[in-house]
Every structure is written in C-alpha cells, then in structure tokens.
Design a protein around this ligand. Structure first.
Ligand code: SF4
Ligand code: SF4
Length: 460
C-alpha cells in the first residue's frame, strides 16, 4: 500500500483539481492519497487550500487510520522502531511525518496555516503535531458536547427469551411513570438533549405510549432497540417526531417461526411507512448462524443498515456469550458477513468492538480503512457519559456492558457527579489491554483499539 501505483503525473492531477469539476476533484484527491509517497507535496499544498480539503481528508482518513481520533490522545513513540502488530501502519505513520517535515523544511506554503489545518482536520495526530512543532501555537475550540444523551431502562420484561441477551437475567419489573417523569424533569433541567429507552423489550412497558408522549412533551426525541415482534400500531406517540431511530433486533424465534416472522415483517414495514429511521442489529451467538436468513429479511423490508456484534457478557455473565478465547473462531464468519453485505450494498457497522488483529491481512486493511469497523465504542464520548444509563431501580451505570459499579439516581444528583463516576470506571477499562500482544500493537498505542466491549474486562 505504501508504494501504490501512480496513475497520473503531477500536471494531470493539478489539471483535474483546477477543472473545478467535483467528480474530477475526487479522482485527483484519491490519486494523491493513494500515491502519497509521490504526491505528498500536492497533499500538503491542497489540504490547506480549501479547494479539495474535504475530499482529501476523507480519503486520507481511510488510508491513514492514525489520523482518526481514538478513545483518548495517542501515545507518542520516542523509543519504538517497529511493532509486532500493525507494523505496516506504523511505517505509514512514519512516512507521513517524514514527508511533512520535508515539506515544511522546503518552505512549501505557509507552515503555520498547514499545521493549523492538519491539527483541526485530523484529531488523531494532534499530540504528534504539538510535540514535533512546539513553536507553532496549535489548538482547537473545545467541543461542548457533554450531557447529550441519557439512556433509561424502562422495563426488564421481554416477550422473547434469547439466551444471549445482556438483559436476560434483569429483574422482570418496569419503571413507574412517576420515576420516569422525575428523570425527564431532571434531564431537562440538566441540559440533556436526547433520552433513549432500553430494556428488556421497551415496547412492552405497560404504558409505552405514555412513555413516548411524555418524552416528546419534555422536548426530547428518543431511539431504542426493539425486537419489533410486538404491535405498536395502536400507539399514537409511536411516530417519527418522537422516535429518531429504532435498532431492530433480528432474533432467532423470528427466523424459525413463520407466523412470528410474518408479524415481525408487517411491524417493520409499518414503522418504515411512518417515516421512522430503521437499522437492523444482529447479535452473533454462535458460528453456525445463518446469514442468508437475515439478508432475506433485509431484502424483503428494503432496509440496508446492519449492525453486527458478537454476543457479550451481561454483568453476572450468566447469559450465553462469546468468550475472548473464542473470538478468533468468529473471524471467518464476520469476514463472510462483510463480503456478502458489501455485495448486497449494505451499510455495515460493528456495534461492539471486534479486534482487527483476528482477521487476515487483506481484511485488516479493509476494516482499518472504515471507521464503522474501528474497535472502539462510543463510551468515551462526552466525558465518558455517552452511554450512561438509569435502571428501573434507579441505579446509574456507565453503560449497559459495565454494570459492576453503581451510584444512585435522585433528582438532586449533579451531572458532574455522574461524569466523575463514569470517568473513574470507564477510563482504566479502556486502557487495559485485552491480550498480551496489545502492548506491542500500533493500534493500542494510538488508542485506536480497546480490544472488546468493556464488559469483558474487570477493573484493573
Ligand atoms: S463498553 Fe460495551 S456495552 Fe459499553 S458502550 Fe462500549 S460496547 Fe457498548
Ligand atoms: S490492540 Fe490488541 S486487540 Fe486490538 S488489534 Fe491490537 S493486538 Fe488486537
């Protein structure tokens, strides 16, 4: 990949860029990034010129994964010469900075402007730029995006009994409407933007319509995961104004019971007809799972987004889940899902981190060029509160996979207390290596792989 074939000469690339045609500019941007060793000067010229910045950034993020932000600031490499794992990405990293140094030393374009653009566009290399170029003032406005989302477990009840579900052993009781409204009132006072619903099967809350309408009346929208085997057509609040998105679980009973499958399809089509955004989610409990059955359902309902995950352990580890030692056995299955999915034009995403080191080199390269497959979950976002949840018993946990530590919700708790709690629990787990090999892995040092869902990791 480092010395990719050069299809155009520099004059032709410049002509394509100067043409102003968006299609030609894309071709030029891709050619520059693909043959970066030859066109690094063009890359650095154009990245801060505004002409093709967005296209170049897109292709560069795909090729140089280290440009992308991980779960925290990347480590620098003062003593490293090579890595055992993902060493070729380390070589590309080194090439990128050698070329940048050459370019700046040759006095090409305004050095400060270039560094500022790189700093703003590629959060993954901010620590490197600050360290290599200490005399240039580099900073970005901190994003004030905390407090955006709160997940509420409204019920532990479910009509199915999937042995792999993380809520499988959750107490079968539901949150009272009074408690739910207290949470909404608190959430509004604390500047939360979206309240998401979780279960069990959320649509089975005995007052689900009221839950939705209350959510809307407090000015929130919501999303939730559902098996959609229940009929929501009588709920007037089941609509796209309140529901941003439903992740529809394709469950085994739906695949093996024709009548249930029929009902499920009709519920999916009903939600689709209401204009609610829909994506499928499949939990992979064993290697014998039949991919074609899901693909048939996706084709029949015309929904192309598919999130996949290996089943992960619940807090008490009593559900059926894929053990870390078994991960490697699933690499072939996951690769074939990706192959088939791409052939059918699906938008695929890993809903839980799956280590890229399990795959063959070719697949590693493909996965590493797509942030949908980055082995990092969103739990570090928003000061580690991105997936914070409140259970029916009003206990607060950092996310649905990290349930061992708890604080209690009441209407006087401050958001800062919740942030501090989540940070203390999540940060050490993110930093903990999953395998011994991680400590000699480029992705680990760049904070681009957390190994697995944190439910596998115990407190260090
Ligand atoms: S740690 Fe696991 S359950 Fe928690 S947000 Fe990440 S992937 Fe999801
Ligand atoms: S950090 Fe560890 S789990 Fe992730 S790819 Fe590297 S070796 Fe594999």
């Amino acid at each position: 990949m480092i010395y990719c074939k050069v299809d155009f000469d520099s004059e032709q690339i410049i002509e394509l860029v100067e043409s102003g045609d968006p299609h030609f500019r894309k071709i030029a941007s891709k050619a520059i990034v693909d043959a970066f060793h030859a066109y690094s000067s063009l890359f650095f010229n154009y990245i801060s010129s505004d002409q093709i910045t967005a296209d170049l950034a897109k292709f560069a993020n795909q090729r140089f994964i280290f440009l992308v932000a991980g779960f925290e600031e990347a480590s620098l490499f003062p003593d490293k010469e090579r890595y055992s794992c993902f060493s070729e990405l380390f070589v590309e990293y080194s090439l990128f900075f050698i070329k940048l140094k050459e370019y700046i030393n040759q006095g090409g374009t305004d050095g400060h402007r270039l560094l500022k653009t790189l700093y703003a566009t590629f959060p993954g290399i901010r620590p490197d730029l600050r360290s290599y170029y200490p005399s240039y003032p580099l900073s970005v406005e901190p994003r004030n995006d905390s407090k955006s989302q709160l997940m509420v477990f409204i019920t532990g009840n479910c009509n199915l009994d999937c042995p792999y579900c993380f809520s499988n052993t959750l107490e079968r009781k539901e949150m009272s409407l009074a408690d739910f409204e207290t949470i909404l009132r608190w959430a509004r006072k604390n500047g939360i933007k979206r309240v998401t619903l979780c279960g069990g099967e959320p649509t089975l809350h005995t007052q689900f319509n009221k839950i939705l309408s209350l959510t809307g009346s407090y000015g929130f929208t919501t999303y939730f995961a559902s098996n959609l085997t229940t009929d929501c057509s009588s709920f007037d609040a089941f609509n796209h104004k309140i529901i941003d998105l439903i992740y529809i679980h394709i469950t085994k009973p739906v695949l093996i019971k024709p009548l249930l499958r029929e009902r499920f399809i009709s519920h999916v089509l009903y939600a689709k007809q209401l204009g609610i955004k829909l994506a499928y989610r499949v939990n992979i409990p064993d290697v014998s799972i039949g991919i074609d059955d899901w693909l048939d359902i996706m084709g029949e309902t015309g929904i192309t987004a598919l999130n996949i995950a290996l089943t992960f352990p619940s807090g008490d580890k009593k559900n059926q889940y894929v053990k870390v030692d078994d991960f490697a056995r699933y690499a072939g299955l996951v690769s074939s899902i990706i192959e088939k999915g791409y052939r059918k034009g699906l938008q695929l995403l890993f809903a839980k981190p799956i280590p890229l080191c399990l795959f063959d080199k070719e697949m590693q390269r493909r996965l590493a060029s797509n942030t949908n497959f980055l082995p990092v979950c969103g739990t570090h976002h928003r000061n580690f509160t991105h997936n914070v949840c409140i259970y029916p018993d009003l206990s607060i946990r950092p996310c649905l996979g990290v349930t061992g530590s708890v604080i209690r919700f009441d209407e006087y708790i401050s958001w800062q207390t919740i942030e501090d709690f989540c940070t203390d629990v999540i940060r050490p787990l993110l930093r903990k290596p999953l395998f011994d090999a991680c400590t000699d892995c480029f992705l680990y040092d760049r904070k681009l792989c957390q190994g697995s869902c944190l439910s596998y990791k115990k407190k260090p």
